[in-house]
Design a protein around this ligand. Structure first.
Ligand SMILES: C[S@@+](CC[C@H](N)C(=O)[O-])C[C@H]1O[C@@H](n2cnc3c(N)ncnc32)[C@H](O)[C@@H]1O
Length: 201
């Protein structure tokens, strides 16, 4: 039977976590400027190089691992990159906690955890619900960049995106190359770019 005190505690904890994430986002991301969002940024190799090459773009890396975010923050501080931010969060919580007026202009998902077993596919970041939630916060023309070394995940994502109303796969060159930790360990990889459909509401 449900314990009302435990349920209330649980809801209070979730609300507190979401509010504190919302505060962190509000302090680091100017809400009037669409930002470049990297999901599962790891140690921040890609985004630090991207932010250095694009000083006018606000770049935000999100990862669930505190240790990886701390390493990213050290890179940011060493390179004095004011346009680069790293936030420890689950990507879905981050989306939920974004202020209403905040949008992004690009998404990068590089070598996400592949969760090879079928019963674990539900843990993959690439899900229809995630694509819908991301499209709702994506500005016009937003590109989603996806790269993996696990071919079955690539094929599943390709299929998922082609069946999704908000996104359309486009044949475009990869806009910015920077070796990540997982890319340096991979023998090969597959990449796709999808554009947010302008007619999607
Ligand atoms: C395989 S590593 C790839 C790291 C980096 N992108 C690279 O290419 O080296 C996957 C990363 O995604 C992070 N991650 C996994 N699930 C996540 C989620 N739901 N939200 C945010 N980060 C997540 C992990 O902590 C890990 O750092």
């Amino acid at each position: 039977m449900e314990n009302p005190t435990r349920t209330a505690d649980y809801i209070a904890r979730i609300t507190q976590r979401r509010n504190s994430l919302g505060d962190q986002i509000a302090h680091s991301i100017p809400s009037e400027t669409p930002f470049v969002w990297e999901i599962g940024c790891g140690h921040g190799h890609f985004l630090a190089a991207y932010a250095a090459a694009h000083p006018s773009k606000i770049c935000v890396g999100v990862d669930i691992s505190k240790d990886r975010i701390d390493r990213g923050l050290r890179k940011r501080n060493r390179a004095k990159l004011d346009n680069l931010h790293f936030i420890q969060a689950d990507a879905r919580d981050f989306l939920d906690a974004l202020p209403a007026e905040a949008t992004f202009s690009a998404i990068y998902i590089l070598f996400p955890d592949p969760w090879p077993k079928r019963r674990h596919h539900k843990n993959r970041i690439m899900q229809s619900e995630f694509l819908t939630a991301a499209a709702q916060r994506a500005g016009q023309g937003t590109r989603l960049h996806f790269r993996t070394d696990y071919e079955p995940y690539f094929r599943d994502s390709e299929q998922l995106i082609s069946q999704h109303a908000a996104w359309q796969i486009v044949a475009e060159p990869w806009p910015f190359e920077q070796l990540t930790v997982f890319q340096s360990r991979a023998a090969s990889h597959h990449s796709l770019i999808a554009q947010r459909r302008s007619e999607y509401t």
